[in-house]
Design a protein around this ligand. Structure first.
Ligand SMILES: [Zn+2]
Length: 299
């Protein structure tokens, strides 16, 4: 039975939209980028309902279940509840170790864990199971986008996990990142790295529980794309999956779309007007070949 649905991608690839759409499927619940939950607990940042998790009617019983409820939950307890190496600082060695193992996964298909991975995976599953115990749902949707978590879930819980790699034209991703003051070259390199590592995951063993999805296909033909995805997730397809408005949501993190109440699924290709010739040259030099290999050619 599918219990854990995980979306990984480079940033700015449309994962919040996909999370919301899958969360519309019967028996599923969207969690957003739940790897940031410990940070939300410490800073009292709001989930999509407008309340901090401590007082949100959805998250409060989950926190209770995990022993993290109440303002009195000590920072130490929250700090111990690690959900992602990538959401932490000072872990370059662990990250490099993971990526090195993943890159060699063709030889060691099962052996992709890095230091600290067991504790993090255990916490993730504890969190997901607490959600499924307290909410009326059979499967959680997590769009935390961590390549590490995606790989752990699919190799260690092959029957219960479904992992989706969301791909988007690197030039669109670069333009979105640059709006947040990320320099052009760094934006292109990040997209290149994330999508290369995703390629390693696809080469690292059986991919029954792994699916690639292009953001542009989702926007061009939402119905067919979501029908196919519903099959992969073992959920029925219903037309209301495509309606984004009018639902109660409790997402953590993600982009501002989670608050916007929009109901349109449109690929706004503003990168075409926003990126200068110079930006495009930087992208081409850095990541052009992989972008084309993924099917993005032309302008
Ligand atoms: Zn809430």
């Amino acid at each position: 039975m599918v219990r854990y649905i995980y979306i990984f991608s480079s940033g700015h690839s449309g994962s919040t939209l996909l999370d919301l759409l899958i969360g519309n499927m019967s028996g599923t619940v969207s969690l957003g980028e739940v790897k940031w939950l410990p940070l939300f607990l410490k800073t009292h940042e709001h989930c999509t309902c407008g309340k901090p998790p401590q007082t949100c009617p959805f998250w409060n019983p989950i926190l209770d279940e995990l022993g993290l409820a109440g303002d009195t939950a000590a920072d130490q307890t929250i700090n111990a509840f690690r959900l992602s190496l990538e959401a932490e600082r000072n872990n370059q060695l662990q990250k490099l170790s993971f990526y090195a193992r993943l890159a060699s996964a063709v030889i060691h298909p099962q052996g992709c864990a890095g230091f600290g991975s067991d504790a993090i995976l255990k916490n993730m599953i504890r969190l997901y199971d607490a959600v499924l115990k307290t909410a009326p749902a059979e499967a959680v949707v997590d769009s935390s986008k961590s390549i590490m978590t995606a790989q752990w879930l699919r190799t260690r819980l092959p029957r219960n996990a479904r992992v989706i790699h969301l791909i988007r034209d690197g030039r669109a991703v670069m333009a979105s990142a640059m709006r947040k003051e990320v320099p052009a070259e760094r934006a292109a390199k990040t997209w290149l790295h994330d999508n290369r590592m995703a390629g390693s995951i696809f080469r690292s063993g059986p991919s029954m529980n792994l699916k690639a999805l292009r953001y542009e296909d989702l926007c061009r033909d939402p119905e067919s794309t979501m029908r196919e995805l519903a099959d992969f997730l073992e959920k029925p397809y219903t037309e209301d999956i495509l309606h984004l408005r009018g639902r109660e949501r409790h997402l953590i993190g993600g982009n501002r779309m989670r608050f916007s109440g929009e109901d349109k699924i449109v690929n706004v290709e503003t990168w075409k007007s926003r990126l200068t010739e110079k930006d495009l040259a930087v992208f081409e030099r850095t990541a052009g070949p992989l972008n084309r290999k993924l099917g993005y050619s032309g302008t």
